[in-house]
Design a protein around this ligand. Structure first.
Ligand SMILES: CC(C)(COP(=O)(O)OP(=O)(O)OC[C@H]1O[C@@H](n2cnc3c(N)ncnc32)[C@H](O)[C@@H]1OP(=O)(O)O)[C@@H](O)C(=O)NCCC(=O)NCCS
Length: 181
């Protein structure tokens, strides 16, 4: 049984132990390599910000999971565009924050950490970005296996023929609608 209260999410540091993340499937190797080789550089050079899951009761700074965020945009077809006014519905592209990477160590999966990461991301964008810079959506190129996981948190698939059959379908979360409902 994992005590989830022992874990905290914070920005990546240069001396974090990024080498031990285990995802249990070769298909996820790129997620491990990114964390090990690129995440801190992307973070410090303002390309994408990485937040890591750390066990606060341990003296080591072994990373047990991470989420990487960057700015982005999403192009929506007419049926999925914001319809609040003609000012919003006449655009095709909308500002967004992208979840560029998300992974939870195999040993911790199924304990709600992934959902907590998504909730944290939504709140973080609401508090830190939306009051200052226009941002309507959170987007993710989901892995086909994780579509159901994102749907549980309110993400929806971009409704195009090619996206429905893509190995990494684009999904989005509407920050405005979810805030007023
Ligand atoms: C996908 C991932 C982030 C989910 O993290 P997690 O901590 O295991 O997720 P949670 O415990 O919060 O699960 C929340 C719900 O989603 C479901 N879920 C989790 N992973 C799922 C998956 N791959 N497919 C379908 N449902 C999934 C859980 O069963 C749970 O459902 P419940 O609320 O009915 O019990 C994690 O499994 C992971 O890192 N996978 C490998 C890398 C990956 O796929 N990353 C996403 C890239 S886009």
């Amino acid at each position: 049984m994992v005590d989830t209260e022992n874990f905290t999410l914070r920005q990546i540091l240069s001396n974090d132990d990024t080498t031990k993340l285990s995802l249990g499937n070769e298909a996820y190797t790129p997620l491990k390599i990114f964390l090990k080789k690129s995440a801190f550089d992307f973070h410090q050079y303002e390309i994408a910000k990485t937040y890591v899951l750390i066990n606060q009761t341990s003296s080591s700074s072994r990373v047990w999971g991470y989420i990487t965020l960057m700015s982005s945009e999403i192009v929506l077809n007419e049926g999925q565009r914001p319809q609040e006014s003609s000012a919003t519905s006449r655009y095709e592209a909308f500002p967004a924050v992208k979840i560029a990477r998300l992974a939870i160590d195999k040993a911790l999966q199924g304990n709600g950490f992934g959902t907590r990461f998504l909730d944290w991301c939504i709140n973080h964008v609401r508090l830190a970005i939306m009051p200052h810079v226009g941002c309507r959506f959170i987007v993710v190129d989901a892995k086909r296996d994780s579509v159901a996981f994102y749907e549980k948190s309110g993400f929806v698939l971009l409704d195009t023929e090619s996206n429905r059959t893509d190995d990494h379908p684009l999904m989005f979360f509407d920050l405005y609608k979810s805030n007023i409902l």
